[in-house]
Design a protein. Structure first.
Lengths: 709, 177
């Protein structure tokens, strides 16, 4: 580690992605690229109806292929549950069926074709399903947030605006479907898979298989996208493969095809949000009343936390002295909805941002002015009573987005032309909600190597650039060149539990833990080089655990306090054009200005913003999950329309930085923020173009129906 | 069944209706070609057949008889393009990348952005929003790198409300009081 190598740091530079070379020459190994000696393929037999009682599962008629392995609920050594938050979801259903596609039996065979040719008939006594969340008798979680007396404030407010806003489900469409391989070994099981959270899977497997922690190992393979879709679901598919593998005593691979992945795995929670807001005549926000309803699907899975993030973002980035938020997530007889980039916040911020433009209209105030007037400033207090820190950047992002996009001129010039321009202002809490980070108690390690150091974390690279970003943080903290840093595979047999790779937390939380580990490693090394140290003292591993900044307080009972350590801020401007006949919407340009503390890797940060914005546009315009009798009717990429090159507009991305004092080099989270803005900016642009839409996706059919104003 | 695979002749005994994708991955051991949908929509399985991009999930291997098949493992002469996908954000999770690289390798050198979009319209990417892919293609052709330059957020001081209004106005308001 000579002096020459310590000159330029890597933080803030767009260095080449660490695993980039393997991804461009075909060497990168994803789960389906792996094979093990004697490996079988697995298949899941699923319930045909949305609810009822399971009567029988029959294989045949006809002879079954020799060597067919069959696993039913009775073959489960441990508890028949997928352990997440509540333990209500069985790995294999028996008795009560709560949703179509619910797994009831597992098969495995060496010949994939023969396996899928086995006729299987599932007989059920159908029940009466509930699909409308407003009619659901069962509430999974109910959260109330109150500040001041919203009812009284609304009664007194000179201007009151009401509205109902709806968002649809969304499919993740990671291009690599869910898949795992379970290998029985060492008296236990090892699962290799496409997943975001190896330690979640580890916990679920211990419970399901009744194995001690050291007999279960979960190894992440190169992962072809996740977006939340590989946060909780891998526990299900890994459980299935492991059950088959233990019974067969052979490795078992389950990789879903696209149709099965779309029909059976999680989606973004559909939402209905009703808002009532009170204003003074000059546009000061006096009260917000919000009712948030989310469709959780058949089992609890992650719904309570999705709701939590949803209600915590329901006021949008606005100060308001009187707030009453009432949120619930309810059961319906559809496959469970789960994590999807943004995790509830895109739904509630869609509502408030679409609402704000309607308020501006009724108040006769320019939508930018109305936002400027009410946007959070540093020192303002949120609905939960959190005093916002210095890095509160609602105004800077708003002003920069308006300036860059030439918003005011276009807004005037385009009136009545069929073109529209609209904006949305939003924020996103970085890291787990409330006391979540304290409960996670994440750990991260650094190991001294002859070359430098090796990072040991459970955080996963799923395309977002985790490996490179963490290596940059460690390299710069040690003042070593990036090439001195390696990143160990996310293998629970090797790395500590750094918490899940979700919630825009990896950089800000895990990065900060690693930074502390790096400081200690440096201190321990003193003036020795790694080789000298290893020769003199032997191996060195430094492990650090999350430490809560002293000023963060959260009261889970009352939903009061610092909901997040800090927030990232964004403002999106969407320009679009509506075909006068077909009502097809063509997005022309999206300007995204986002303040993320510090861009450790500006290129990858921009990639997150562009990719997240494209997903947001898809959700806003074309991606519709069509459910029929509780089953996804368009479970194909042919008719589930995610954006192609031709549907994706030009992006103008500007990254702003305002350091967060507890983030590594000032960094906050960036992964989810870009998902919050596009949908409301789209409907606001549509409003400008003459369409009063309050629901996404704003498909041509919906635009044809909605009253042109 | 004979064809040329990445420049080398191969001879295989396989059922003629098997998907070229499976034969490449399972029989030839070339797993760089990916399956994203199996229905011709995502382009993750793109390979070149006599130099033209095809979705190998839709091609029965019989159709490859006597042709030259190129997969990501055999892509030659496009190092700059591959390099650019690494440095310009063309590859994030990388599952779509082999398909995009093969499709992009067939684009005419002088293709406009519109033509690039058209040429890549058969390939889906869920990570990048395609922008990083266009940048990679442009840089591989000698275009300038355009790394983003983050700016400090303008000091967002806790300004009292009146301050957000133009100065002249508030001065006028003071006078009228
Ligand atoms: S796998 Fe062939 S087009 Fe998707
Ligand atoms: S890089 Fe992930 S799908 Fe394209």
């Amino acid at each position: 580690m000579g002096k020459a190598s310590t000159r330029a740091g890597s933080v803030g530079r767009s260095v080449p992605r660490l695993e980039g070379a393997a991804k461009v020459d075909g060497r990168a190994r994803y789960v389906d690229d792996l094979s093990f000696p004697g490996m079988l393929h697995g298949r899941t037999i699923r319930a045909p109806h949305a609810c009822g009682r399971l009567r029988s599962v029959r294989l045949g008629p006809g002879g079954l292929p020799l060597g067919l392995v069959v696993v039913g609920p009775r073959d489960i050594p441990g508890d028949n549950v997928i352990a997440v938050i509540e333990d209500d979801q069985p790995a294999l259903a028996w008795g009560e069926i709560r949703h179509a596609e619910e797994p009831v039996l597992l098969l495995a065979h060496a010949d994939r074709e023969a396996l899928f040719a086995v006729p299987a008939e599932v007989e059920m006594i159908p029940g009466a399903p509930v699909f409308d969340p407003l009619a659901s008798p069962r509430v999974f979680k109910h959260i109330r947030i109150a500040r001041g007396d919203a009812g009284a404030a609304l009664r007194k407010a000179p201007v009151v605006v009401e509205g109902e806003y709806r968002t649809g489900a969304q499919e993740h469409v990671y291009i690599e479907p869910n898949g795992v391989i379970a290998v029985p070994e060492n008296g236990g099981i090892t699962v290799h898979g496409s997943l975001q959270c190896p330690h979640y899977v580890h916990k679920a497997l211990c419970r399901l298989l009744k194995l001690p922690a050291d007999k279960v190992r979960v190894v992440q393979t190169e992962t072809g996208g996740g977006f939340g879709g590989k946060e909780d679901y891998p526990s299900v598919i890994a459980g299935h493969a492991a059950l088959l593998a233990l019974k067969a005593r052979r490795p078992v691979k389950i990789v879903y095809d696209r149709a099965e992945d779309m029909r059976a795995t999680t989606k973004r929670h559909p939402s209905i949000v009703r808002l009532r807001t009170g204003f003074s005549r000059d546009g000061a926000l006096l009260a917000i009343e919000a009712e948030v309803v989310m469709d959780g699907g058949a089992y609890v899975t992650l719904s309570p936390v999705v709701l939590s993030r949803g209600v915590l973002h329901a006021t949008g980035p606005y100060r308001c002295p009187a707030v009453a938020i009432d949120g619930r997530v309810v059961m319906t007889n559809t496959p469970p909805n789960g994590a999807f980039r943004g995790f509830g916040a895109p739904q509630t911020q869609f509502a408030i941002e679409a609402h704000m433009d309607r308020c501006a209209e009724q108040l006769g105030i320019d939508p930018v002015k109305l936002r400027e007037k009410n946007a959070f400033r540093p020192g303002d207090v949120t609905a939960t009573g959190q005093k916002l820190p210095k890095d509160t950047s609602a105004l800077p992002v708003l002003r920069e987005a308006v300036r860059r996009s030439d918003f005011h001129r276009k807004r005037k010039a385009w009136a009545g032309t069929g073109k529209g321009i609209g904006l949305a202002l939003f924020f996103h809490g970085s890291g787990f909600t409330g006391a979540g980070e304290v409960r996670l108690a994440s750990r991260a390690s650094l190991e001294l190597t002859a070359k430098g150091a090796r990072i040991l974390v459970g955080s996963t690279e799923i395309g977002q650039g985790t490996r490179t970003m963490l290596a940059q943080i460690v390299a710069d903290t040690l003042r070593w060149p990036l090439s001195a840093i390696e990143v160990a595979p996310a293998d629970t047999g090797l790395v500590p539990d750094s918490g899940p790779t979700v919630a825009s937390r990896t950089c800000m939380i895990v990065g900060a833990i690693l930074q502390r580990a790096a400081r200690e490693l440096k201190h321990k090394l003193g003036r020795l080089t790694p080789t000298q140290y290893l020769a003199r003292h032997g191996a060195l591993v430094v492990t650090k655990q999350y430490e809560k900044p002293a000023e963060i307080h959260w009261d889970e009972e009352r939903y009061k306090g610092d909901a997040y350590g800090t927030y990232a801020w964004g403002c999106d401007v969407v320009e679009l054009e509506v075909d006068p006949v077909t009502r097809e919407v063509r997005p022309l340009k999206l300007t995204a200005v986002q303040e993320i503390g510090k861009a450790i890797h500006p290129g990858h940060s921009r990639g997150q913003i562009e990719g997240g914005s494209a997903q947001g546009l898809g959700w806003a315009l074309s991606e519709e999950v069509v459910m029929r009798d509780g089953k996804m009717a368009n479970a194909q990429l042919t008719n589930y329309m995610m954006p192609t090159t031709k549907d994706t507009p030009e992006f103008d991305v500007a990254i702003l930085e305002q350091a967060y004092r507890h983030g590594p080099f000032g960094a906050k989270g960036v992964g989810e923020l870009p998902m919050d803005g596009p949908a409301p900016a789209v409907v606001n642009a549509l409003r400008h173009a003459g369409f009063d839409v309050r629901e996404v996706p704003a498909t041509p059919e919906r635009l044809l129906k909605c009253a042109s104003r | 069944m004979r064809f040329t695979l990445n420049g080398k002749p191969v001879e295989l005994k396989v059922a003629p209706m098997r998907r070229l994708l499976d034969v490449l991955r399972e029989d030839c051991g070339l797993t760089g070609t990916k399956e994203g949908c199996g229905e011709g929509e995502c382009g993750a399985c793109t390979v070149l057949l006599d130099g033209a991009p095809v979705n190998s999930c839709l091609v029965p291997v019989a159709q490859a008889e006597g042709t030259k098949v190129t997969t990501i493992e055999g892509l030659r002469g496009h190092t700059k393009l591959q390099q650019a996908f690494v440095t310009e954000g063309g590859a994030q999770c990388g599952i779509c990348t082999p398909g995009f690289l093969l499709a992009a390798s067939t684009l005419p050198r002088a293709a406009s952005l519109e033509a690039v979009k058209q040429g890549l319209a058969g390939n889906l990417c869920r990570c990048t929003g395609y922008a990083g892919i266009y940048r990679s293609v442009a840089v591989a052709r000698g275009g300038a790198r355009a790394a983003p330059k983050p700016k400090p957020a303008a000091r967002a001081k806790a300004t009292p409300r009146a301050k957000t209004k133009p100065k002249a106005r508030s001065a006028a308001a003071r006078r009228s009081r």
